[in-house]
Design a protein around this ligand. Structure first.
Ligand SMILES: C[S@@+](CC[C@H](N)C(=O)[O-])C[C@H]1O[C@@H](n2cnc3c(N)ncnc32)[C@H](O)[C@@H]1O
Length: 214
C-alpha cells in the first residue's frame, strides 16, 4: 500500500498489537460496542446471510456473525499482520471455511469487491482520512444491513484526539486517527439508500445500524 495513512496503518496495526488484541479478546470476548453492534444486527435476522467486514482486525465481528447464523463472509483488512492473526484465529475456531481474507486498502479494491447482505466497519472510519470514499464505497456494497462504530464528534472526544495521536507520533508512524463529522457520515449512508435502524452511544463511540428496504 502506497499512501501515507496506509503505511502508518501497517506500523500501528502490527503483529505485536494484533497479538495483544487477541489475548484481550480470548480473555474477555468482544468489546462492549462490538457486542452492541452484533446484537442490533442479529435482531434484524442474519441466518444464511453473507457479510463483508472491512478492517476486521483479529476477527471479532466475523466470529460473532458466523456464531449468530451468517453463512459466510469476507474480511478486507489493510494490515498484513492482522490478516495473518485473523486467519489463524478463524482456523482455531473452526470457521476458516466460512471466512475469506483479502489484504489491502478497501477503497482501492472496492471496485472489484462483491456486495454482501451485511457490511460492517467496527472502529475503522476513525482510522482512515478519506471518509467519503470509505463510507461511500462500503455502504454502496450493503444489500441489507450496514453497521458502523465510529467516534462521536463531541467536544470531549475532540479534545482527546491530539493526545491519542501523540502515540503514533512517538512510534514514528504516519498513522493518525480522525473524528469525522457524524452529519457527513450519515448523509453519505442515507444518500446510498439506507435507512436508520439502530443507534446507540457510549461515552466515546457511536454504534449505528442502517437497513435497506426490499
Ligand atoms: C481500530 S482497528 C479495529 C479492528 C476491528 N474492527 C476491531 O474493532 O477490533 C482498525 C482496523 O481497520 C483497518 N483499516 C483501516 N483503514 C482501512 C482500509 N481503508 N481498508 C481496510 N482496512 C482498514 C486497520 O488495519 C485496523 O485493523
Amino acid at each position: 500500500m502506497g499512501c501515507c495513512q496506509c503505511q502508518g496503518i501497517e506500523k500501528m496495526f502490527d503483529k505485536k498489537t494484533a497479538l495483544k488484541e487477541l489475548k484481550r479478546y480470548r480473555k474477555k470476548g468482544p468489546q462492549k460496542t462490538t457486542r452492541m453492534l452484533l446484537d442490533a444486527i442479529r435482531k434484524n435476522g442474519i441466518k444464511g446471510s453473507d457479510f463483508l467486514d472491512i478492517g476486521g482486525g483479529i476477527g471479532a465481528i466475523q466470529k460473532g456473525l458466523i456464531k449468530e447464523g451468517a453463512a459466510n463472509g469476507m474480511n478486507i483488512e489493510a494490515s498484513k499482520a492482522y490478516v495473518e492473526i485473523a486467519k489463524e484465529e478463524a482456523h482455531d475456531n473452526g470457521i476458516a471455511e466460512k471466512v475469506k481474507f483479502r489484504q489491502g486498502d478497501f477503497t482501492t479494491i472496492a471496485s472489484d469487491s462483491d456486495s454482501a447482505d451485511i457490511v460492517t466497519l467496527d472502529k475503522v472510519i476513525c482510522c482512515y482520512d478519506d471518509m467519503s470514499a470509505l463510507v461511500g464505497l462500503s455502504s454502496g456494497l450493503a444489500r441489507k444491513i450496514y453497521g458502523v462504530i465510529y467516534p462521536r464528534d463531541v467536544w470531549w472526544v475532540k479534545i482527546a484526539l491530539p493526545i491519542l495521536n501523540l502515540y503514533p507520533r512517538i512510534r514514528g508512524s504516519s498513522f493518525r486517527a480522525f473524528i469525522h463529522p457524524t452529519k457527513k457520515v450519515e448523509e453519505i449512508i442515507l444518500g446510498n439508500g439506507l435507512k436508520p435502524y439502530y443507534y446507540a452511544t457510549t461515552f466515546v463511540w457511536q454504534v449505528a445500524v442502517f437497513t435497506r428496504d426490499g
